[in-house]
Design a protein around this ligand. Structure first.
Ligand code: PNS
Length: 165
């Protein structure tokens, strides 16, 4: 079975993430969305919340599962028989860091990184920007699934959808 990991913080999952996960699901028999739960990092959503939102977002893909991991991604991959890591590349600015991580990961374990170009409509999209825009009441309704928009609205205390205008 060809099994791949789609790793990230997913704080929160965006439509850009879902695009990459869905395309990875066409390339591999099973995709494991690996949610980094490093406790030292400050997040808007807890690991359980991030995993819950992702699980709902990928429910349409029968060969996608979601799991949390702490520590090295390569350890997670080896424990689960995962031989590939799928990463989305938004622009050339992503490339330096992603290449460095890919090379470090392949030096740690027999795991290949596969880069998938982000769809143009999501090339500017990042969870950090979604949170910033939503914090100031901007419309992020086209950037995240509806259930994530609801969680952002609850957490940030005001609506972040198009019908605000
Ligand atoms: O969404 P992000 O924040 O870009 O995700 C980064 C993540 C979680 C994929 C990356 O930080 C990671 O793989 N962390 C696990 C620790 C690890 O394996 N570090 C070595 C990377 S070369």
């Amino acid at each position: 079975m060809r099994r791949a990991a789609c790793p990230g913080s997913f704080d929160p999952v965006t439509n850009g993430h879902i695009d990459i996960i869905g395309r990875a699901a066409l390339l591999f028999d099973e995709v494991v969305v690996a949610v980094g739960v490093n406790a030292s990092k400050q997040r808007l959503f807890s690991p359980e919340e991030r995993i819950g939102m992702l699980t709902e977002a990928v429910a349409v893909y029968p060969n996608v599962v979601v799991g949390g991991f702490e520590g090295l991604l390569t350890d997670f991959c080896q424990e689960r028989g995962i031989s590939a890591i799928v990463k989305g590349l938004r622009a050339v600015t992503d490339f330096d860091y992603e290449l460095q991580m890919a090379q470090m990961n392949s030096s740690l374990a027999p795991v290949e990184t596969v880069f998938v170009p982000t769809s143009p409509e999501y090339s500017f999209l990042a969870s950090s920007l979604v949170k910033e825009v939503a914090t100031f009441g901007g419309d992020v309704s086209r950037l995240v699934p509806g259930h994530v928009l609801n969680r952002l609205t609850e957490r940030l205390g005001h609506r972040s959808g198009a019908d605000d205008a």
